[in-house]
Design a protein. Structure first.
Lengths: 162, 285
């Protein structure tokens, strides 16, 4: 991350997105989610509430889940960013995605990328029981499933009975 | 919506940060984790000309225990504090309260100092600062001030910080109190609390309460210490009768003036009595 000594309205940003180096110049006010969706065409990351509540825009920055609708593109300068595209294999689905499919962890799918990136940014041993899994998932809203299928999917993917 | 246009700077030194703040005055805002400020920009409730990002300022990234104080720099994230073993040892209440702050994704970027400077009436960190008797270390281009928590929070989203000042560091006294609890009611886990209490105490070997401190949040425009309740508890064994008395005293003495779509002020006063009861039960179990 480079220092910016004089306040500027447009700034160069270089980051790694899904393992690919990216250099672009963005408005200071450009949200990270819009850099990803509009400038880089990575539309798997969704915009829901645009105020940091719903979790649909969750991406990984330096491997940890953050809300890209309340982070500026310029704040990601020098960072590793991973979107849902980056955690999806070329062919088929990763094990968590497969579990979501098998356990009805989604209906309309709008919130799903946020759930998947949140889960990709944590380790199972940080969330040892169902209660802590539900606590973790409280940062992502789903208006379809009632969450039961999502919790089932996570427990199954992490090799637990429910 | 999207943020209105602004200019952005990311200096490496505190002097440069303070220089920009004194040059732009009330048109500049400090950006740390952005978890409160960027939503305000998205809503266009804030329209600063300049954001000064403090992420690269080394001296604001310190998290240390020094001379009996836990010192949390302005750029230290809530997640880093939550995961620190020193915080767990020296400031159990702070450790206990952090999981209530937003969600994991917010705490990855949000800072303890940012939450305190933002002074949302429903936020946990200001109440923790008040309960623990924290000191805010505040800098401007012209000097340093230390402001105790009980003189820092002036009202909803209003603190003693001047326009050209930055909250540089929050100092929490390393606590000898072994029991801490946070109890709150919120629509969902991680949502802003309708009402809550943060507290800590020690019990004597005989099981009596010593050095209890309790602070409410969400109930009024600022966090509030429950002085009369604390005095009533001091030296007492916590019994069912005492809990009833203390809950009633809390309902009577809480300054409840927050009202919103979730609850009126009367509910907030009523529930704060119950929350104090729950916190005390947890701390004396």
């Amino acid at each position: 991350m480079k220092p910016v000594r004089q306040p500027a309205g447009r700034l160069p940003v270089s980051m790694s997105v899904n393992g690919r180096p990216v250099e672009l110049t963005v408005d200071a006010r450009r949200l990270l989610v819009d850099v990803l969706r509009e400038d880089l065409g990575l539309t798997g990351t969704h915009i829901g509430c645009e105020q940091g509540s719903c979790g649909a825009c969750t991406v990984l920055v330096e491997g940890r889940p953050v809300r890209s609708c309340i982070m500026l593109g310029v704040q990601a300068d020098g960072c590793d960013v991973t979107t849902v595209e980056g955690i999806t294999p070329e062919d088929g689905l990763n094990p968590m995605q497969q579990a979501f499919r098998e356990h009805h962890g989604l209906q309309c799918g709008f919130c799903t990328p946020g759930f998947l990136t949140t889960l990709a940014g944590v380790t199972a041993d940080e969330y040892p029981d169902e209660e802590s899994v539900r606590e973790l998932l409280s940062g992502n809203l789903c208006r379809c499933t009632g969450y039961e299928g999502i919790v089932d999917a996570v427990m199954a993917a992490w090799g637990r009975d429910r | 919506m999207k943020p209105p246009p602004f200019k952005y700077a990311r200096p490496e030194s505190l002097d440069e940060v303070l220089g920009i703040l004194s040059e732009y005055g009330d048109k500049a805002r400090v950006l740390a984790g952005g978890q409160s400020l960027i939503p305000l920009l998205n809503f266009r409730l804030a329209r600063p000309a300049v954001l000064v990002d403090i992420v690269l300022v080394t001296e604001l990234r310190r998290l240390v225990v020094e001379r009996g104080m836990l010192r949390v720099g302005a750029a230290v994230t809530q997640n880093a504090v939550e995961r620190s073993s020193e915080v767990a040892r020296f400031c159990p209440l702070l450790k206990k309260a952090l999981p209530f702050v937003g969600h994991l994704q917010n705490r990855m970027r949000g800072t303890v100092a940012g939450s305190i400077a933002h002074a949302d009436p429903a936020a946990e960190m200001p109440a923790v600062a008040l309960a623990l008797g924290a000191t805010m270390v505040v800098r401007s281009a012209t000097g340093v001030r230390q402001i105790p928590a009980d003189r820092f929070f002036l009202g909803p989203f209003t603190t003693a910080l001047a326009q050209d000042e930055i909250l540089m560091e929050v100092r929490f006294p390393a606590s000898k109190k072994t029991r801490a609890a946070v109890a709150e009611v919120a629509p969902r886990s991680g949502d802003f609390a309708i009402a809550g209490v943060a507290g800590e105490l020690v019990t004597t070997r005989a099981g009596k309460v010593r050095d209890v401190s309790l602070a409410l949040f969400g109930v009024g425009g600022s966090p509030q210490r429950l002085g009369e309740v604390e005095a009533r508890l001091e030296g007492q064994r916590v019994t069912g009768d005492l809990l009833d008395q203390v809950a009633a005293l809390t309902r009577r003495t809480a300054r409840a003036d927050s009202e919103d779509v979730h609850a009126d002020a009367a509910y907030r006063a009523r529930v704060s009595g119950e929350l104090v009861r729950r916190a005390l039960v947890e701390m004396t179990r």
